[in-house]
Design a protein around this ligand. Structure first.
Ligand code: OSB
Ligand code: MG
Length: 368
């Protein structure tokens, strides 16, 4: 691969409704894309679904764009990039900033897939033909509104598993209300780093409700307090925000800070890093699943391919368009039925609707 030109885009997609979490609300979906132009004529498109503000991780969209424009993309030009290892050598000079690296890495894999005429699944070693996926139900504006939203969703859609958000003040009573109506429904909660260890009693109380997991209860960059909390509760802790690198995954496993890991490619610095973390986790009997950031359909396709790897054994959050977005940039949406996505159906869906992409583009930067 020999990159001769790159375009950076900021697009804004409308959401069906605001998505409320323990870190704040997402009102509309601003996403950064990178297009890399290879001298062969192939074009790679990479999405990195970060957020507008640093409220989930420290990364944020305008920071990503600056780093891509001034530091990362200029280093891609005028050299042969023959392998993912060559790309990793370029990335190593920049600390963190994983969302920016993932935009480039995704575009790189898209070019490699076209060069080799292979699917992303086969490039990465995926083995699954189908993957499970489920919606994450956001918070309401109050406890009562959250209870109403969750019960209504479960009643109408009858999901096989419910994943819901919690935060201080919208936690125990919400779970109680669900359990009164659905005592046996597989249920997991995501706190998005909204508690501290002082909230240990909340999690000891939640232990009574047979939850599949509690995701990221404590601070976004914490390992140690999670290990202390896991020592005091039986419900498995699943880490999301805290696992921002392979090394931190090693530390979390060594300290027994979690029993499950949510792997988001953008958060860990790319799909290859995500694969390595999934293998590390498997070697310690830690199950993993692929998390989502409300990607566009393009990012959803990449995440489906990642979730086809053998160690992704739990239900994924492939944030499907029909669950969150009011419009998308793919010609054809990914289809889910009864919680299952057929991967063979996805192969033909890697086609962007260029007029929609243009319609939602708010900023474009071209580099040569
Ligand atoms: O914690 O999973 C999260 C969206 C943006 C940022 C962080 C998160 C999310 C979601 C998306 O929860 C919904 C999902 O994961 O299904
Ligand atoms: Mg999460």
């Amino acid at each position: 691969m020999y990159i001769t030109r790159a375009d950076i885009y900021k697009i804004v997609l409308p959401l069906q409704q605001p998505f409320r979490t323990g870190f704040g609300d997402i009102i509309d979906r601003e996403i950064v894309f990178v297009k890399l132009f290879d001298k062969s004529g192939l074009v790679g498109v990479g999405e990195s679904a970060c957020l507008t503000l640093p409220i989930y991780e420290p990364d944020f969209n305008d920071g990503i764009i600056t780093l891509l424009k001034d530091f990362l993309i200029p280093q891609l030009f005028h050299k042969e990039i023959a392998s993912i290892e060559d790309l990793e050598k370029i990335f190593v000079s920049i600390r963190g900033n994983n969302f920016a690296k993932t935009a480039i890495e995704a575009a790189f894999w898209h070019i490699v897939a076209q060069q080799q005429q292979k699917s992303l699944e086969s490039l990465w070693g995926g083995t699954k033909k189908t993957i499970p996926a489920a919606i994450s139900i956001g918070l309401g504006v109050s406890l009562e509104d959250s209870i109403r939203r969750v019960l209504e969703y479960i009643d109408i859609h009858k999901p096989q598993r419910a994943k819901i958000k919690i935060k201080p003040g919208i936690d125990i009573e919400l779970i109680q209300a669900i359990r009164e109506n659905y005592p046996h429904l597989p249920l997991q909660v995501d706190a998005n780093a909204s508690y501290t260890l002082e909230g240990v009693n909340v999690f000891q109380e939640l232990d009574k409700y047979n939850l599949l997991m509690i995701e990221q209860p404590l601070q976004f960059n914490d390992i140690l307090d999670h290990a202390i909390l896991q020592g005091k509760i039986n419900t498995p802790i699943c880490l999301d925000e805290s696992i921002s690198s392979f090394h931190l995954a090693e530390q979390a496993i060594a300290l027994k800070a979690c029993q499950i890991i949510n792997i988001k490619p953008q958060r860990v610095g790319g799909y290859w890093e995500a694969k390595k973390i999934s293998e590390l986790a498997a070697s310690h009997n830690i199950p993993v699943w692929c998390g989502g950031m409300i990607e566009s359909g393009w990012g959803q396709l990449f995440n489906c391919s990642l979730a086809s790897l053998p160690n992704f054994s739990l239900d994924n959050d492939i944030c499907l368009t029909k669950w969150y977005l009011a419009d998308d940039i793919l010609e054809e949406e990914i289809v889910e039925e009864n919680g299952i996505i057929e991967l063979s159906e996805n192969a033909k869906k890697f086609v962007i609707n260029e007029s929609k992409f243009k319609k939602y583009t708010k900023q474009k930067i071209s580099l040569t």
